[in-house]
Write a protein that binds this ligand. Structure first.
Ligand code: ATR
Length: 285
């Protein structure tokens, strides 16, 4: 008789370190919810180990059908994949891998996760005509792509190192404009959406004061940082009476396409899942 552990569908999350990842909690919740006899495991891998892990995966010598990739392996995952979709291509990084006819396919689900979170918690967010994005790293690229896909007409990227913002403006086309930090008050004036993609205010660190009253009347402020859940930027926006959405939903929603690829069922982000992850964050605070 076949050992059920050998036939069981297995997926992974890998990073270095990976012990803080909430992905096993998220996928474990869905596996249980659907009664799927699958497994989703964390694999802590150094850069060298990651490459041999992927080589084994591609050759079918691994127990896995695919998985998630997090810092610092997203760029290597992109480079080692046999096939990448346009999202991964544009971001130059992959966070979701799966095998298809023996080929390793790669995508990036951050763009989907960002938009799905706002769709769920603040429908109509994409009607903003002008947006301001703080930061010009990898996360900023995902947000720019999401905004551009939804037709936001003017996207202003503000960054400490303005050259990085310019690079993104050149890459993403004429609707994207680059600005130095000092220009923030000017670009905030009348804007409908503000997104923080920097680590500013993460893990309880101080963040600069931003005058969110400059934003337009129906503006939304969101942060891709979700530790703490209410970041300094979200607190400031709250204090100014501006609507906010926290970044936890992006983490939850970006997990949806991967689960569907590996386990064959499209899961839903619900309140119980959100509460489960918040309780875990509280335990480790
Ligand atoms: P990620 O891929 O997660 O977006 P990243 O590529 O390291 O990470 O980008 C981090 C972003 O946060 C950058 O926009 C960075 O600004 P610089 O391009 O000038 O480095 C921004 N950032 C980080 N710490 C900052 C700080 N103390 N003040 C202002 N911006 C900061």
């Amino acid at each position: 008789m076949a050992d059920s552990r050998e036939t069981m569908v297995k997926a992974f999350v890998t990073g270095w370190p990976v012990k803080h990842s909430r992905s096993p909690l998220i996928h474990g919740y869905w596996l249980k919810q659907f009664g799927i006899e699958g497994e989703y495991r964390a694999e802590a891998l150094t850069a060298d180990d990651f490459t041999s892990f992927i080589v084994a995966l591609k050759s079918g010598r691994s127990p896995y059908v695919g998985g998630n990739v997090t810092i610092p392996h997203k760029e290597t995952a992109f480079a080692l994949a046999d096939q990448r979709d346009s999202l991964a291509e544009e971001l130059g990084a992959a966070n979701t891998l799966w095998l298809e006819n023996g080929r390793l396919c790669a995508t990036n689900t951050d763009v989907y996760g960002f938009a799905a979170n706002l769709d769920e918690r603040h429908a109509g967010w994409d009607k903003a005509e002008r947006a301001v994005i703080l930061g010009a790293g990898g996360a900023s690229r995902a947000v720019i792509r999401a905004l551009r896909d939804r037709g936001v007409g003017e996207i202003n990227v503000v960054n400490r190192t303005v050259a990085r913002a310019r690079e993104l403006a050149d890459r993403f086309g004429e609707t994207v404009h680059a600005h130095p930090m000092e220009a923030l008050p000017e670009v905030l004036e009348g804007a409908g959406l503000f997104v923080n993609t920097t680590s500013l205010g993460m893990d309880g660190e101080a963040a600069p004061e931003i005058d969110f009253t400059l934003l337009g009347p129906k503006a939304l402020v969101t942060d891709i940082v979700y530790v703490p859940l209410k970041t300094p930027f979200l607190r400031q926006a709250d204090a100014h009476g501006v609507a906010t959405v926290d970044g936890l939903g992006m983490l939850l929603h970006q997990a949806v396409p991967g689960f569907e690829k590996w386990f064959g069922t499209r899961p839903k982000v619900d309140d119980d899942l959100r509460s489960l992850v918040i309780a875990d964050m509280d335990r480790h605070a």
